[in-house]
Design a protein. Sequence first.
Length: 129
Amino acid sequence: MSLRQAATAAAWGLLAYKLGTLLVNAVTFPRLSHTQPHATLPDVSVLIPARDEARNLPQTLPGYLAQGAGEVLLLDDHSTDETAALAQAAGVTVLQGQSLPSGWHGKPWACQQLAEAARGICWSLPTPT
């Protein structure tokens, strides 16, 4: 057998192995059920620190609101655009950010304020940069 024939046979063998693995996985792996999520999760708070996010909020807020969390809080961190108005119009509770204390950085301070205001378990969601 030539080297070329051996390489071709090895490639076909590898392809057969990969296809076999794919078939076994397709047959044996568990599937997610199509059950409906809980209507509300009252012990969960979704926290969104935001500054000048008016461009992104129309795309991101519907997904956050659809999670079924007990509350969705957005901290408007001194935005110069329509961030707060868009969030309120979408049904999000908007908090106005307090002035930055000495020794703090912006995002951690915004998250701290949100965590203090939250009533449930907190999920802090990053905003696009």
